[in-house]
Design a protein around this ligand. Structure first.
Ligand code: NAG
Ligand code: NAG
Ligand code: NAG
Ligand code: NAG
Length: 424
């Protein structure tokens, strides 16, 4: 990592050794020469960078230390859950190492702290902070469910890593990206035919209408009210999880092939149901979770309700947005119509010819951004008046308002979360 102050010291030391054998007066003259010369170099940054070939640090390896546990887990298993995108984004991690090993505190260019209340504790922060080390706050919950004592961490973190697009490190749950040229249905007409057959069989196997998996029964978004309204319109809605049908009766094994395993359960859901209620628990800017992405991946049509700009993140005709309907009556009519018209319903699967769902690339973005920061001649830029340092003050305020900013309270910022509209 580039560190101007250490360069400075070694440069001066060399001069001191050089002048120590000379007579006193020449030492003074030499010292004055040094000071004047140094001042000149110090103020003329372009000369400085060429003299000390600062570019050497470029492409050096980045080390990121996950300081806190991740949902209570502190091991390679947890790391693989987070860095799972190593498979989707292998290039990112070639020169970027993510470690849990606290012994490597000194070496790490960035430290990541998971804001989850039982993971991040004030008493557990590193005792000593290296001046050039970036401290990054990882937050995945919406402001509504975020910890209440966020402000006690004000003035500590340099960067934020969240699902919000205005974070320093944008860390979405998943992403939908165009297929590569050689992928999927672009291959050949024969593949296309088999695919069409399979798709038709899959779609005609769906005999039930709407499913949801919900573990929080009373929410800020009032999704439970919306679900009740749909049921009142005689829409068949089956809710699984803590707030509905038990997925996994007590004592049942959870191994991979058991109906209690998560993947078996989700596959069954996709086989049986046409629609899935991807209703978020709060209506907050950019807040969209696996509820949407998993459903798209598995082959259910998501009915979305939340604060994200869904047209921005998902292809056209891949989802149904509650917001586009005046009433639950209209929404019900629309769903019923699709249920009765298989050709219309099938159109919600066409996006698959062009796009795919991939894991979020937040860790990849972090690696790249830390590398860029390391390479930046930031002490020089700072001297030119370019702000390169950043610390989040008033942590609660930045999370509840947008755009995110390290600045003090700003009346132009808007609230990140909305109250739900009334349903009829
Ligand atoms: C990602 O994969 C590469 C190559 O297999 C490996 O060297 C690296 O340590 C992995 N990084 C992470 C963060 O798992
Ligand atoms: C695939 O089908 C399209 C139209 O159905 C046809 O124009 C095209 O030539 C076919 N391609 C191959 C490789 O058979
Ligand atoms: C949502 O995203 C689309 C596509 O990027 C954009 O055209 C539209 O203005 C956005 N809507 C809002 C409300 O920001
Ligand atoms: C990171 O935050 C600390 C604490 O406020 C601050 O001293 C340091 O200058 C910041 N570094 C960068 C690169 O923003």
């Amino acid at each position: 990592m580039f560190n101007l102050s250490s360069l400075h010291i070694s440069y001066m030391k060399r001069n001191i050794v050089m002048i120590s054998n000379k007579p006193f007066s020449s030492r003074i003259i030499f010292a004055i020469f040094c000071i004047v010369g140094w001042t000149y170099l110090y103020t003329s940054s372009s000369n400085l960078s060429s003299l000390f070939s600062l570019d050497e640090v470029e492409n050096s390896k980045v080390v990121i230390l996950m300081w806190t546990p991740y949902f209570g887990r502190r091991n390679w298993n947890a790391l693989s859950i987070m860095a799972i995108n190593n498979r989707s984004y292998p290039d990112c991690f070639l020169e970027c190492e993510i470690t849990y090993d606290r012994e490597r505190l000194e070496e790490a260019h960035a430290l990541v702290f998971h804001a989850w209340p039982t993971d991040l504790k004030k008493s557990d922060l590193p005792k000593h902070r290296k001046v050039d080390q970036l401290w990054v706050l990882l937050e995945q919950e919406s402001p509504i469910l975020a910890r209440k004592d966020l402000d006690s961490f004000s003035g500590i973190f340099n960067w934020t890593m969240t699902y919000r697009q205005d974070s320093d490190v944008f860390h979405p749950y998943s992403k939908i990206v165009p297929l590569d040229d050689n992928e999927g249905l672009r291959a050949s007409n024969a593949t296309r035919k088999t695919y069409d057959k399979k798709l038709m069989a899959f779609l005609s196997g769906k005999r039930k209408l709407v499913a949801g998996v919900i573990s929080k029964c009373s929410t800020d978004s009032k999704r439970e009210v919306l679900i009740d309204q749909l049921k009142k319109q005689n829409i068949q809605v089956d809710i699984y999880g803590k707030c509905g049908i038990e997925i996994c009766p007590r004592g049942q094994p959870k191994h991979a092939s058991s109906p209690c395993s998560e993947s078996v359960f989700w596959q069954k859901l996709a086989q049986d149901y046409k629609f899935y209620l991807a209703f978020e628990n709060s209506i907050c800017l950019d807040y969209v979770t696996e509820k949407l992405f998993r459903t798209l991946e598995l082959g259910l049509v998501p009915v979305v309700y939340g604060g994200a700009n869904y047209t921005q993140i998902a292809p056209p005709n891949s989802f149904i947005n509650v917001d586009n309907f005046k009433s639950t009556k209209e929404l019900s009519k629309f769903l019923r119509n699709l249920d009765e018209n298989p050709d219309e319903y099938k159109k919600y699967f066409e996006w698959r010819n062009k796009y795919k769902v991939v894991r979020g690339d937040g860790w990849c973005t972090l690696c790249n951004k830390v590398r860029k920061h390391n390479n930046m001649k930031w002490k020089l830029e700072e001297r030119k008046g370019i702000p390169v340092r950043k610390t989040y003050d008033l942590l609660k305020d930045w999370w509840f308002n947008y755009p995110l900013s390290s600045a003090k309270k700003n009346s132009e910022r808007k609230q990140a979360c909305k109250k739900p509209t009334k349903f009829e």
